[in-house]
Design a protein around this ligand. Structure first.
Ligand code: ATP
Ligand code: MG
Length: 428
């Protein structure tokens, strides 16, 4: 029968790499904790309307990339990002009544029907944070510094922070007029979607991946020249804060970001080491979103970090996050009575935190030794009739070949631990 294959753009995370994920996730949690952020877990799917209202009806994500879930008469969609669901949950659970700012983070999978390629998947994972309640540039600086701290702790090299301000509805009025005036004469050169967007939301054109649109975009006016006084002040203070914190940045007036909810600060951490999809982290301020979702007007900001892109970057830079799972002791039974004893010893060893294994395949001595070698067992002990009779077995250090006789009684676990620790110390 033909084997079934996973859907395009999805990945199987195999044991050989799942340890990297665990180390990465542990590090993300620890760093987020140290910045005062707590974890939120939200549903994998939400009402479609949440993303239409939250992410924006003229965005690529909503127009082209959503996975709709059909179930009865309900319209649900697999989350394409984490912010809309997180804000929905914060509002639904009355969390805005708690002490502000709220600081939450999440690690979750996102679903977007995009063209799969290196660094672009249909199911991918994000670490994201949201800080709710502060309009101050210092909040932006903190959120950016959290992303920066994570990259620093992971030892990611060659990443650059790009920042921009895309203003507020006040400054956007004049900017939209300027954009429309610029794009109108180029209408015929734009993709169909952008021709439509031109009237509804001209800023979306700047984010289009179509090569024709990108060519036109090159000389388009930039929002930073249209900022109102308050947005401009906010941006200047943020830059001063980043400098004060020793965080290097480049102002990139071309960043607009793919989701509609952003206001004022937007930023990206970009690497040149993983090809065209080099944005490992993207975020910004979204002062209008909570109001748009039916909550009280509340300033907020956050970012999403693409974990596959992060791991790809580390891999391409020759970094390793984790060691393969080891085996401290492999017990090699010869015969049924020995097999019973090995099973018991293995259980006792594990209770003391020792990674012990024994044969469950009914293999020959030779085949067992070969297996112990393959899994990288540090010690082995053959237990057969002789060993049972004498009540002791030879513990073999697989690296040095050295053998030590150990009693097969209640002291076995303790004796093994001592030998194992001594071996570890001799190597350090
Ligand atoms: P891009 O411009 O690369 O499409 P985006 O602006 O759509 O990114 P966001 O919605 O801001 O991305 O998501 C935050 C982060 O999630 C991105 O910076 C990236 O690291 C990651 N990401 C986004 N889409 C994908 C995808 N299809 N596959 C893998 N990672 C992704
Ligand atoms: Mg995208």
């Amino acid at each position: 029968m033909e084997l079934l294959r996973r859907p395009n753009g999805t990945e199987d995370i195999l044991p050989s790499v799942s340890r990297d994920w665990q180390v990465l996730e542990g590090m993300l949690r620890e760093t987020a904790d140290s910045f005062g952020f707590s974890e939120m877990r939200i549903p994998t799917f939400e009402q479609t309307e949440l993303f239409e209202r939250g992410v924006g009806e003229t965005t690529d994500v909503v127009q082209k990339e959503m996975y709709a879930v059909v179930a009865g008469n309900d319209r649900f969609t697999l989350r394409p990002e984490g912010t809309a669901g997180t804000i929905r949950a914060i509002l639904q659970n009355g969390m805005l009544n708690e002490a502000l700012p709220l600081r939450v983070y999440y690690i979750l999978s996102c679903f977007r029907h995009e063209k799969p390629q290196a660094g672009r998947l249909r199911e991918f994972h994000q670490f994201g944070v949201e800080m709710i309640g502060s309009p101050q540039p210092s909040a932006d600086a903190e959120v950016i510094s959290l992303a920066g701290r994570i990259l620093e702790r992971l030892g990611v090299k060659n990443t650059q922070l790009h920042i921009n301000s895309i203003g507020c509805p006040t400054c956007r009025k004049a900017y939209h007029t300027a954009l429309k005036a610029y794009f109108e004469p180029h209408r015929a050169e734009l993709c169909e979607t952008c021709q439509e967007r031109l009237n509804k939301n001209p800023m979306r054109l700047l984010d289009c991946k179509d090569p024709g649109c990108q060519a036109v975009n090159r000389d388009a006016p930039v929002i930073i020249d249209y900022l109102c006084e308050s947005c401009s002040e906010h941006f200047e203070k943020l830059k001063a804060d980043l400098t004060m914190l020793g965080i290097d940045y480049t102002v990139d007036p071309k960043i607009v970001r793919g989701l509609d909810y952003y206001t004022k600060t937007v930023f990206e951490f970009v690497t040149t080491d993983i090809g065209a999809q080099g944005t490992v982290c993207g975020g910004g301020r979204y002062d209008g979103l909570i109001g748009q979702l039916g909550g009280p007007e509340t300033p907020a900001l956050g970012f999403g970090m693409g974990l596959e892109r992060l791991l790809l970057t580390l891999r391409n830079q020759g970094m390793t996050l984790s060691q393969p799972q080891g085996c401290d002791l492999y017990l090699v039974p010869m015969g049924d009575a020995a097999a019973d004893l090995c099973l018991q010893l293995t259980a006792a060893l594990r209770k003391e935190g020792i990674a012990a294994q024994t044969d469950v395949m009914g293999r020959s001595l030779r085949a067992q030794m070969k297996y112990a070698d393959k899994i990288g067992a540090r010690f082995t002990a053959v237990i057969g009739d002789n060993e049972l009779e004498q009540g002791e077995a030879a513990l073999k250090n697989m690296q040095s070949g050295e053998k030590l006789t150990v009693k097969l009684d209640d002291s076995f676990t303790e004796r093994f631990s001592a030998i194992e620790i001594a071996d570890r110390l001799s190597k350090d």
